[in-house]
Structures are given as C-alpha cells and as structure tokens.
Design a protein around this ligand. Structure first.
Ligand SMILES: [Mg+2]
Length: 320
C-alpha cells in the first residue's frame, strides 16, 4: 500500500517515487542467463531456476541503531545490507543469482536512497546478482534483504567429520576492533572491515569441492564455531595463536582475544576439511584447530600456547 510521507527537506514523496528512484538506478542492460523471466514491476517476479542445481535462500535484516549507526554513510549501509546476505550464500558454497530488498524509511529521502542503492547495486553487479523485487514502506530505518543462489551440493554446518581441520579466511576481530575504537585512528584504519565487509564468495568457490562444513562468522568466532560443532555433533579445539589477527588489533588492544573470539561482524568463513586436503586451502586461509568426537556434548575449547582459556559462554547475542 502506498503511503505519503514527508522528508527532511519538506518535499513529499510516496512509495511510487521511491520505487522510481530504485528503478532509475537498475542496470538497463539485461544480464544474459540471469534466469529472470519477469523482474521488478509486476506483482511477482518470475524466475527460472537453473537445471540440476539446488536453490539456496537466505534472509537478513539490518536495523538502525542495532546493526549500523543511522549516521553511517548510506553507501556503507547499502553495501553491508547486501554483503551480509551474500556472506550467508558464501557459507553454503552457493553462487548468488537474485536478491529482493524490503526497505523501511522514516522519511522518503530520495538523496539518501540514491546513495544507498548505488552501493547496493554495485556490489550486486560485482557478484552477478539481479535485484528482482521488494517493497518500500514508512517506518523506522530498517533494511531486509533476501538472496537466492545455486549450488549442486550446498555446504552445511552439519557436514563436519571426526578429525577434520578447522580453518578460517582473512583476519578475525578487525570489525569489532573498529567498532570499539571508532574514535581512535587505529580504529579508523580498520573501519572498512566494519562498514564495507566483503562476502568471501572467492573463498567459498575455492573450498566448495573439498570442504565438509562451513559457516560465516557473523556472531563471533566462538559462537559460530559452537553452531557448527552442535550441528555436526563434534567438539572443536582451537589454538588462539593460530587465528589470523591484524597487527593493529594486537598492538592497540590488550583485550584482543575477546574481540577475536566474541566480536562478530567478521563475515569471514569458518570451515572444515580433511587433513589430507590441507594443501588445497586458499592462500588467505589458516588452520586454527581441529574437530573430534567427545564424550561430552559438543563444545569449543580454546588454548593459548597450550594453556586452556577461560571463555565467556556466548558471542554477541541479538536482543541482549
Ligand atoms: Mg550465517
């Protein structure tokens, strides 16, 4: 339902104006083999799934004040809204194809929306992802994105095997460091990790043929390792000193292990593979531990140079 709203410049616009802003920015040339029979403009999108592939779907919502600061640049918010969703497809070893966008805005601010869409569509284009529909509505600033992709054999959290190596991509803890130290030059230096996370579809494609299980690190390394362990029914042993951490994080924060283990917002991949496949790991990945069966319920143990660490029970929890 279209509803009239007033923006901060005093002009009025409604849902149809906002949709026009979005449609103006959509690439005019159709991407060949996009699988889109009918895109934005009708009551429904009509999509043609690829033969022999499984459809992989994920959805995530970003709320102002919870997942980003309302004062963040609209480009960063637009990028992150899609990036965190593409990260879930990366975790499943899927190739992105389509996205839909539901946007709630307090005012019909065309300028904000233009800047938001520019970054959203730039990232979409980088990963051959077509925006196929969605909705705009008046309300608190909130962005909900659904992404769809394909994989012949989706990678799941539950696929880990006894004796698997546990590995991560990239650096861990940089986003949490940037958030905690956002008023310090060292924090600014790593702010891209927080505001412009890059979904690791490159890693995902490289490990899909041999990895057994994967998850993207959004809640924090420890919490997401626990999710993977619980789904696979195995326990993990992690060596803190093997986790790749940016030098600035270690230099500037004596509590860096907490940022690395519980910080979250990394959007790197945590995955498992057989030790015989260790030589297949991409250059940007590090083995940080292994998985094994245990008599107790699945748990994650972290040691620092052989000494067990006392760990908090959880990473970042929504609604806490
Ligand atoms: Mg995830």
């Amino acid at each position: 339902m279209a509803r009239r709203t007033e923006n901060k410049h005093g002009s009025t616009a409604d849902e149809f104006d906002l949709l026009a802003v979005i449609r103006q920015q959509l690439p005019s040339n159709t991407i060949p083999d996009s699988g889109v029979c009918v895109g934005i403009g009708d009551d429904c999108a009509v999509l043609q799934p690829a033969a022999g592939q499984k459809l992989v779907v994920s959805s995530d919502t970003l709320n102002a004040g919870v997942h980003f600061f309302p004062s963040d640049p609209p480009e960063a918010i637009g990028h992150k809204a899609l990036a965190v969703n593409l990260s879930d497809l990366a975790a499943c070893g899927a190739t992105p194809r389509w996205a839909s966008l539901n946007l709630s805005m307090p005012t019909a601010d065309r300028h904000w929306l233009q800047r938001f869409m520019q970054a959203f569509l730039k990232l979409a284009s980088t990963h051959n992802t077509r925006l196929i529909g969605g909705d705009t509505t008046a309300g608190a600033l909130s962005i909900s994105v659904t992404v769809m992709g394909f994989s012949p054999r989706p990678l799941l959290r539950s696929g880990a095997k006894d004796g698997d190596l546990l590995a991560v991509s990239g650096h861990i803890g940089s986003a949490a460091f940037a958030l905690k130290h956002r008023h310090h030059p060292a924090g600014w230096a790593l702010s891209r990790a927080l505001q412009w996370p890059q979904p690791r579809l490159d890693i995902s494609q490289a490990i899909a043929p041999f990895a057994h299980a994967a998850i993207d690190i959004s809640d924090g390394l420890l919490a997401d390792a626990r999710h993977l362990c619980q789904a696979s029914g195995l326990s993990a042993h992690i060596a803190l000193e093997k986790i790749p951490v940016h030098p600035l994080v270690k230099q500037h924060d004596p509590h860096w292990p907490e940022l690395v283990l519980a910080g979250g917002d990394d959007y790197q991949l945590l995955f498992t593979c057989a030790s015989k496949d260790r030589h297949l790991l991409p250059a940007d990945c590090q083995v940080i531990g292994h998985l094994q069966q245990s008599r107790q319920p699945p748990q994650v143990q972290v040691c620092h140079h052989g000494e067990p660490l006392h760990l908090p029970t959880d990473g970042f929890r929504h609604f806490s």
